[in-house]
Design a protein around this ligand. Structure first.
Ligand code: ATP
Ligand code: MG
Length: 349
């Protein structure tokens, strides 16, 4: 068991006295609809943890610009889409603070201060940057993209987050954040806690094609906002065990995307389905139908919660403005401490 899994088990158990002042920061880039991969990868944890921790959810529109800078007009729609998906998934705006990154300028300010203590080489070794540079080189890479791990460190630190529930691909970024705050605290003053990553039980949900993880850009996703009909259609097209031709052929659930989804969303029945599949007792169509039913049952409450926000879009804006105001207040307090620690508070008495 990894350190993070142990932490997660401990938090979910009742045996830990949770400190309500402990803070969580996590969020998403507004680049479109959220899907089941986002849900199992991190949203699920957030919905549970909002009851025990002071939860901050960032809609990272500035970070979205690192790759989408040519089409900013899409952002205003996508910011609201992500907020709607959060609320539909069960994020409670009375418990969690949902806010928009670009509307908290102190985060940009902190990014600049942090950028003084991070070397270019550290950034070049970040796995996302490295993968991008190996594929395309540095010629076209923007300064904003190269520096986005610093901006993420500022997202986490402006509100002094202790825990960051994220997918496993984000671990290097949390490590980078820990390094930055450690250096800051040692060099100037103890301002920031060192955040811990919290990785979910299901850190990588496969896409419907069975080839890669579920992802918007690969067109292999089931979205939280899909209708019952869309879900059923998508599942009917999902990749199953290619060795199964007749419905009584013995199956190999370990290579079947549909079984993978049973494990994630139909845990109660997945053992039985696995045994029936291996013995050739259940055909793929029947198996898919059972999954469709389960997934739609799972998505129904989200669909219900969503209606209110579709009918009254001003509610979303209100929640975002309220959350952003709160985030700004917290950010202002942290930045005063940062300026004092860095001896940049020239005119304060
Ligand atoms: P894009 O196609 O634009 O890359 P995406 O659908 O892959 O979009 P990301 O924006 O890359 O989504 O994902 C944001 C975060 O959500 C990831 O860093 C990861 O933590 C989590 N996540 C995304 N897809 C999955 C998945 N299939 N399984 C588990 N977690 C996921
Ligand atoms: Mg992706």
């Amino acid at each position: 068991m990894t350190r993070s899994q142990a932490l997660l088990n401990q938090i979910k158990g009742d045996n830990l006295m949770t400190d309500s002042r402990q803070r969580i920061l996590t969020g998403d880039r507004p680049t479109g609809k959220l899907h089941l991969g986002h849900y199992v990868g991190s949203l699920k944890n957030r919905v549970e943890l909002q009851n025990k921790y002071d939860t901050f959810l960032i809609i990272a529109d500035v970070q979205a610009l690192t790759t989408n800078f040519e089409s900013p007009e899409q952002l205003s729609q996508d910011v609201r889409q992500v907020a709607r998906d959060y609320l539909a998934a069960g994020i409670d705006p009375e418990k969690a603070t949902i806010f928009v990154q670009s509307m908290v300028p102190e985060i940009a300010e902190l990014t600049v201060f942090f950028s003084m203590i991070v070397t270019v080489n550290q950034l070049r070794h970040n796995p996302t940057i490295k993968a991008e540079s190996e594929q395309y080189g540095y010629k076209e890479m923007t300064y904003g993209f190269l520096g986005y791990p610093i901006s993420q460190a500022a997202d986490i630190s402006f509100c002094k987050a202790n825990l960051v529930p994220v997918g496993e691909d984000q671990i290097p970024h949390i490590e980078q954040t820990r390094k930055i705050v450690r250096k800051f605290n040692n060099m100037y003053d103890q301002v920031f806690p060192e955040p811990e990553a919290l990785i979910s039980d299901f850190p990588r949900l496969m896409g419907l094609d069975g080839k890669a993880k579920m992802s918007k850009s690969l067109n292999n996703a089931i979205y939280l906002s899909d209708t019952e009909k869309e879900v059923n259609q998508k599942i009917m097209q999902a990749k199953t065990d290619p060795a199964r031709i007749h419905k009584d052929d013995p199956g190999h659930p370990e290579v079947c995307t549909v079984f993978h989804y049973h494990q994630a969303f139909n845990t109660d029945e997945s053992d039985e389905i696995e045994a029936d599949c291996r013995a050739g007792r259940i055909g793929c169509v029947a198996c898919k139908k059972r999954l469709g039913k389960k997934l739609n049952l799972f998505l129904d409450p989200m669909r219900e919660r969503r209606i209110k926000y579709i009918e009254n879009p001003a509610l979303i804006d209100e929640i975002l403005m309220r959350g952003t105001e709160k985030a700004r207040k917290v950010a202002g307090e942290t930045l005063s401490q940062v300026r004092a620690a860095m001896k940049l508070d020239y005119f304060s008495a």
